[in-house]
Design a protein around this ligand. Structure first.
Ligand code: ATP
Ligand code: MG
Length: 273
């Protein structure tokens, strides 16, 4: 669904026609450029989008939650801002979130709260945050993943148990023996403290494993993300676990390990610091 749809827009200035029949739509992730001679009405059209200039015909519609920031076509040069910072001044809250994340990463890196960040799962979350910040851009997927992981951990019945550790999982986990990752057909299931699925699969590949999506007779390793809800049986990752357990019953040697143990393998293999 488009974020912005303009249909047949019309604009008059002082009684004479500036433009008419202007239609376009903007999809998520689109980057559009508008070009035309001086005075053609480009700025006027943009002002119509933010409601600063009246429309004299046609329709404008926006997806729910759309935010528009209109910046002057002559950005101020004396404010010591980069172009990225200037254009993101329309989304100040996003910048603040990134800055906060940067400060937290610094605090973790310099050893504040060492007991929390050196041990599980703080170490995986720290590695997650480091990578999220590495390219200087926090994507929506990364943001959603971090939020899900942190919320889940903050919600872990702290009030009832007084423990900030996630509830122990009542699952058949083989976290005792070292697992051979080289050429292992490996499936991830659940949400990982370490990051998005793509990132976890990359780490598994780095360890020499072959990440795939579903559990079959060829599966060697099933890794269960730290964020496992109590209703795990009903979720798709719960079904992967059940499938792995069925396979074991009929003699397949699929290993089920926790994210923690998987992450420990990555650490031992020198794939994460
Ligand atoms: N407040 C205004 N009152 C009357 N006419 C205006 C007003 N603002 C702009 N115009 C006129 O409307 C037309 C379109 O102006 P607009 O600023 O939208 O053009 P533009 O395409 O952005 O031009 P530029 O390439 O110079 O930025 C021009 O003829 C301009 O003189
Ligand atoms: Mg202009």
């Amino acid at each position: 669904m488009p974020i912005v749809t303009a249909a047949n827009l019309r604009k008059e200035l002082a009684g004479s026609l500036l433009f008419e029949g202007v239609s376009f739509s903007v999809e998520r992730r689109d980057r559009l450029a508008l070009s035309g001679p001086n005075g053609a009405g480009k700025t006027t059209l943009l002002r119509m989008l933010v409601g600063e200039s009246e429309t004299h015909g046609g329709e404008l519609s926006f997806a729910k939650g759309t935010r528009i920031a209109l910046h002057d076509q002559r950005p101020p040069l004396d404010r010591g801002l980069t172009l990225r910072e200037y254009s993101l001044t329309g989304a100040r809250d996003l910048i603040e979130t990134e800055e906060e994340l940067g400060r937290l990463e610094q605090a973790m890196a310099t050893g504040d709260h060492e007991e929390a960040t050196r041990g599980w799962p703080g170490d995986a979350i720290h590695a997650n945050v480091r990578q999220v910040l590495a390219d200087g851009v926090v994507t929506e997927l990364e943001r959603a993943n971090l939020l899900a992981v942190l919320t889940e951990m903050a919600n872990c019945d702290f009030a009832a148990t007084g423990s900030a550790q996630a509830e122990p999982m009542q699952l058949p986990i083989d976290d005792s023996a070292v697992v051979e990752m080289q050429q292992a057909v490996l499936v991830h299931t659940g949400e990982f403290a370490y990051g998005t699925r793509a990132r976890c699969e990359r780490l598994s590949s780095d360890m020499g494993a072959l990440p795939v999506d579903s559990v079959t007779g060829k599966t060697d390793v099933l890794v269960i993300g730290t964020r496992v809800s109590r209703a795990w049986l009903n979720e798709s990752y719960g079904r992967k676990i059940l499938k792995a357990m069925e396979l074991r019953k009929v003699g397949h040697r699929v290993r089920i390990i926790s994210e923690r143990w998987w992450f420990e393998h990555a650490r031992r293999a020198g794939r994460v610091s």
